[in-house]
Design a protein around this ligand. Structure first.
Ligand code: GAF
Length: 382
């Protein structure tokens, strides 16, 4: 969490609204393994990170609300009883969506002002959207004493994303951002919403992210398409979600499903199994197995689920060539963003340099290397 960011938001808020804000920090997330399994009621293994969004929020007596996205230099004024979704892709929808979902639950909030700024790299697949949604709902819950539990707030943030942003996301991002625990990853069952936390200490290895710095268009519609494909195969199988299917079950409908979607469903079943195995490997400190599961996850995401892109595949290939990297894969929704790498601590810098040089040569653009700390979920900062 950046102290400079907190000061900047606080200072700007006081200058603009002449009062002290309530300050909320809401983190982004990584995911060790378990990609696209969340909306299949499956298992995921995310952790909140030390990069996130700081929101300053306070009641307003001006008769309307003002939201300011400091990074974008953009302001939205709105009234609580008459606002509409903004145009697709605009940041206002994250704020409006949360407000609308709170109102849908028959809770009354008054006018408020909010200013926020973040340090999650844009398009990195580290879920700045969930961080923003959570900061808004957490701040409003506190300010207007709405009595929501953390789980309620996670569900509100997710619904905001479905109904206002237009992405039918699963629960992983909002959950990890809200419930994160310092130095831990959460092995979350997305059906029961129960998690087991794992202290992440890989001894002489560490997690490292490499951002492709690309975000290919159509990622939102491709995401929704994949979710629909999974749901229609579940329906065909007569089950609630693909989490309930085995590979043998899937084979019974092989003639009724187009091959591309068959592969997608197979990926989900296999990724879910990998995520369970990964928890066991971490428990035993078996990093070779964990690394191999991570590589397998990428192969599935790229070849079966088809959510990777050339840049991500290239970075994973660089990792595979380097004996000090035990595992690497694309992370998050896909079509750009980061790879997550399990790499020997002493060799991490060198690997980062080699991968960056090769990336520049191949694509004529820069990638960025990040070392992250696993951190506490959404909370008030003093
Ligand atoms: C995005 C979504 F928001 C998550 O719910 C999850 O499905 C992820 O993609 C893929 O695992 O981040």
């Amino acid at each position: 969490m950046s102290v400079a960011l907190i000061h900047e938001v606080k200072k700007t808020f006081i200058e603009k609204f002449k009062t002290d804000p309530l300050l909320v920090f809401s983190p982004g997330r990584i995911n060790i393994i378990g990609e696209h399994t969340d909306y299949n009621d499956g298992f995921v293994f995310p952790a909140a990170v030390d990069k996130g969004i700081v929101a300053g929020i306070q009641k307003s007596d001006s008769g309307s609300c003002t939201a300011i996205a400091l990074d974008l230099g953009s302001t939205a004024k709105f009234e609580l009883n008459k606002f509409q979704p903004s145009k697709v892709g605009s940041w206002e929808n994250y704020v409006f969506g949360v407000v609308a979902e709170i109102q849908n639950r028959n809770k009354v909030i008054g006018d408020f002002n909010i200013i926020f700024k973040g340090n999650i790299p844009k398009g990195a697949g580290m879920s700045s959207s969930a961080a923003l949604e959570n900061s808004v709902v957490f701040g409003l819950n506190e300010l207007f004493e709405l009595g929501f539990s953390k789980e309620d707030m996670v569900l509100i943030s997710q619904k905001a994303e479905h109904n206002y942003v237009g992405v039918n996301c699963g629960i992983m991002d909002q959950y990890a951002s809200m419930f994160g625990i310092k130095n831990h990853a959460l092995h979350l069952d997305c059906r029961t919403l129960k998690f087991k936390s794992y202290k992440i200490d890989f001894k002489d290895h560490q997690l490292m992210l490499i951002n492709t710095n690309v975000k290919h268009s159509l990622s939102d519609s491709a995401y929704n398409d994949r979710r629909s494909a999974c749901e229609s195969i579940s329906e065909l199988l007569g089950i609630k979600a693909l989490r309930d299917a085995t590979e043998a079950d899937l084979e019974t409908v092989i003639d009724k499903v187009i091959p591309a979607n068959y592969q997608k469903a197979l990926y989900i079943i296999q990724e879910n199994a990998r995520t369970l195995k990964a928890a066991k490997a971490i428990e035993k400190g078996d990093l070779d197995t964990l690394g191999s599961l991570i590589y397998q996850s990428h192969d599935g995401l790229s070849n079966q689920y088809k959510v990777s892109c050339n840049e991500l595949d290239f970075l994973v290939k660089q990792a595979k060539k380097n004996k000090h990297v035990l595992g690497a894969r694309m992370m998050g929704g896909g079509f750009g963003g980061c790879t997550i790498n399990l790499v020997n601590k002493k060799e991490a810098n060198t690997f980062g340099e080699i991968a960056s040089t090769a990336y520049k040569k191949m694509f004529n653009k820069e990638c960025s290397v990040y070392y992250i700390q696993l951190s506490t979920g959404t909370h008030i900062v003093k």
